[in-house]
Design a binder for this molecule. Sequence first.
Ligand code: ZN
Length: 272
Amino acid sequence: MAELKKCAVHTITTKAWTLAECCERYATAGFGGICVWRNAIEPIGVEAAAKIVRASGLAVPSLVRGGFFVATDKGKRAAAAEENRKCIDEAAAIGAEQVVLVVGAEPGVPLPEARRHVADGLAKLLPYAEKNKVKLAIEPLHPMYAGDRSCVNRMAEARKLCEELKNPWLGIACDVYHVWWDPDLKQEIALAGQQGTLFGFHVCDWRVNTRDLLNDRGLMGEGCIDIATIRDWVETAGFNGLNEVEIFSTELWATDQTEYLQRIATACRQHV
Ligand code: ZN
């Protein structure tokens, strides 16, 4: 059972709220941290955002999100590289430990080739991350996104990239929504712990049935993921960061967000 101080909330979870509202309300509810999505920074700019976040006293495990390294078009790859450097700048400004990376995929680009794009993009980005003291966390995404969002779908593929690039600023964000089904999950989490690459742990739940591929994630306890067991594996692997609550849900966004935050707090205590 997680204490709220050990939990952070992603701003996208309560996406109707401004960054200032998120900071104030998460802190008041007793959460220990905030994970900032770039769309929450955009309307006010990074300087104002940094002031708000730093004044809140909340820990900032992550800025979300960069990546999107895969493109046949060279110009698109260069644009992504530029955007990723901006992500790192923003993370450094708001005091975020890491940038979460959705690595990308492109219909028509075979997955092994797409992973080459990712490895090349990461190799070029890592010196900038290191210079700014911001970690990069590869987030494997569920295979339903392999066509257009992520060619890295299991912890194992993320590990292979980390092993290839071997850099202390590169690791993995483990999101239960994406990896709960993986028969090797326990072993891969343990390996990531040993290799020092377990940078982040994200929670929500897998609804049965899933009604939308993007925006139908469940509140912890609403679905079929054994979150507490995975949380144990992560702890056993030596992870001592915050549990990040990250829920995209058209249904939950439509509810009263203040009550919803209370439900999130209860779910953290009961299911994480
Ligand atoms: Zn996530």
